[in-house]
Design a protein around this ligand. Structure first.
Ligand SMILES: Nc1ncnc2c1ncn2[C@@H]1O[C@H](COP(=O)(O)OP(=O)(O)OP(=O)(O)O)[C@@H](O)[C@H]1O
Ligand SMILES: [Mg+2]
Length: 480
């Protein structure tokens, strides 16, 4: 098994310095965690190893020999494979076809041999699905397993996973971590990028920490707990995670009565100003239909939806696809909703954007929400945490009576996540009614004044006397 070293890697994108002296030493047969705040350079570093971003300077060594990895094909030939956070296959093709996509002549196999080959791979990598199923019918967790099987099928000895657990349900996370341990025990080397510190202490052997594009430390995980790891990453102690302080609910702000729509089987809920109602649930149980219904892009089939304290603002669960216009600047994204009602916004005069007002709005949002990035930075260039803060900042400009947020801290580092949770609590304190839709149980427990669980398009309310992980976990799986 090879050992791999990345030494003194530098990489810029135009003006942005992404890496300035990043290193990583990967021994064979270990799981190596790569940790760092949003924008620290983790993804960029692993992409240099996988031939997706050749470095500007620095060395990559395999068993002490310097090698060039100018393309993904070369990385593959060296036995290095990358599992992206999102499915990279073709949804319309079957599971079997996806498995052989990258292989020369793979798709030319006869159906029988294709199926047999797929069966063998599926069994080997513990994915219990029919090879003929179209990939689009698989759950997020199954798609990820398929992706891993596909990458491993190419004979990979070094596997890199970029935030693989961010999209998984708690039980799926356990299964994935068990698979990673198995791969390690079979002698492969793994790099795991994750913001979930508990996962790192649970399965990783070593951890390297990136800060501002440089590797600041690298050591054994044994003896480190999550709090230590967090402290080490941001350079100071993190505030402990709390429980809601208990607010006095204000007037009724949002009411759903017998709401049915595609994917929703009858939802009743009442939300008051000043409180956070948290909806837990595994992805795919009605979160997206509810988000789309609130956004007004999914028709209401039956029942009533009333916003009693308008306006309602929504922070989408998918900041890249529907949340932001990635090729517009930070400032432009901030005032996008104003462009839809130019007269009221005060942003336009004679149909033209008032540059001074724009700059002022951007400056205020950057200051208040601690967004790292200039007003002219394109949304695409911001790190995940800063994109999320921008989405929240924008939704607040409308002074919403009701704010609905979907997975607001997904993909954020511990500090950025704490900042976003703090913002949501502060909003509730100021009287906004907050509807939190989140697949992260810790977040639900931390923020929800009241909690309900989404399961197959219906809601069950959690009895405050039974507000604990076990009970909520049961309801998430459909328990009574
Ligand atoms: N294609 C690109 N063009 C311009 N800037 C980029 C590009 N890719 C990354 N960057 C910038 O490089 C820096 C490092 O980004 P990178 O995505 O590697 O961070 P990360 O540690 O993976 O963060 P996160 O935890 O949010 O995923 C950031 O400042 C980012 O904005
Ligand atoms: Mg990243």
């Amino acid at each position: 098994m090879p050992s791999i070293a990345l030494r003194e890697i530098h990489k810029r994108f135009g003006e942005t310095v992404a890496l300035s002296g990043a290193s990583l030493e990967l021994a064979s047969g270990e799981i190596h965690a790569l940790l760092g705040e949003n924008g620290a350079g983790k993804t960029t570093l692993v992409r240099t190893l996988c031939g997706l971003h050749p470095p500007d300077s620095g060395r990559i060594e395999i068993d002490g020999e310097t090698v060039g990895i100018p393309s993904p094909r070369r990385a593959q030939a060296l036995g290095i494979g990358l599992v992206h956070q999102h499915f990279m296959g073709v949804p319309a093709l079957s599971v079997a076809e996806n498995l052989v996509l990258g292989e020369p002549g793979g798709l030319a196999l006869r159906p029988r041999s294709l199926r047999a080959r797929a069966r063998e791979m599926l069994e080997r990598w513990e994915l219990d699905v029919d090879p003929d199923t179209p990939a689009r019918e698989l759950s997020v967790g199954q798609l990820q397993r398929l992706e891993i099987a596909r990458v491993l099928g190419g004979g990979v000895e070094t596997l890199v996973l970029d935030e693989p657990t961010a999209v998984l349900a708690p039980s799926e996370v356990g299964e994935l971590l068990a698979l990673l341990e198995r791969l390690r025990d079979e002698g492969r080397s793994l790099v795991l990028i994750s913001h979930k510190l508990e996962e790192i202490t649970a399965v990783c052997d070593r951890v390297s920490v990136l800060r501002g594009g440089r590797t600041v430390a690298s050591r054994e995980v044994a003896g480190l707990d999550a709090a230590r790891l967090g402290e080490w990453m941001v350079g100071r102690a993190l505030p402990p995670r709390g429980r809601p302080a208990g607010t006095t609910p204000g007037p009724l702000a949002l009411r759903l009565e017998g709401v049915k729509a595609e994917g929703l089987r009858g939802i009743d809920l009442e939300l008051h100003g000043g409180e956070v109602l948290a909806l837990a649930g595994i992805d795919g149980n009605g979160q997206l239909p509810l988000e789309e219904l609130l956004a007004g892009v999914r028709p209401l089939g039956a029942g009533e939806l009333n916003v009693l304290r308008p306006p309602l603002a929504l922070v989408s669960g998918d900041r890249q696809r529907t949340g932001l216009a990635l090729d517009l600047s930070l400032a432009e994204n901030l005032i996008l909703p104003a462009a839809a009602r130019p007269r009221q916004s005060g942003m336009f005069r004679y149909g033209l954007l008032r540059a001074g007002e724009l700059r002022k709005a951007a400056g205020e949002a950057i200051e208040r929400h601690d967004i790292r990035g200039g007003e002219r930075a394109l949304a695409r260039q911001l790190s995940g945490g800063n994109q999320q803060k921008l989405c929240i900042a924008r939704s607040l400009r409308a002074r919403p009576g009701v704010l609905a947020v979907v997975n607001p801290t997904r993909g954020l580092d511990v500090r950025a996540a704490a900042a976003v949770r703090g913002e949501l609590r502060a909003l509730a304190r100021e009287g906004t009614a907050v509807l939190l839709i989140s697949t992260d149980l810790d977040e639900v427990l931390e923020l929800g004044d009241r909690i309900a669980v989404l399961f197959r398009g219906a809601l069950s309310v959690v009895d405050p006397a039974r507000r604990n992980r076990e009970r909520i976990g049961e309801l998430m799986l459909g328990g009574e």
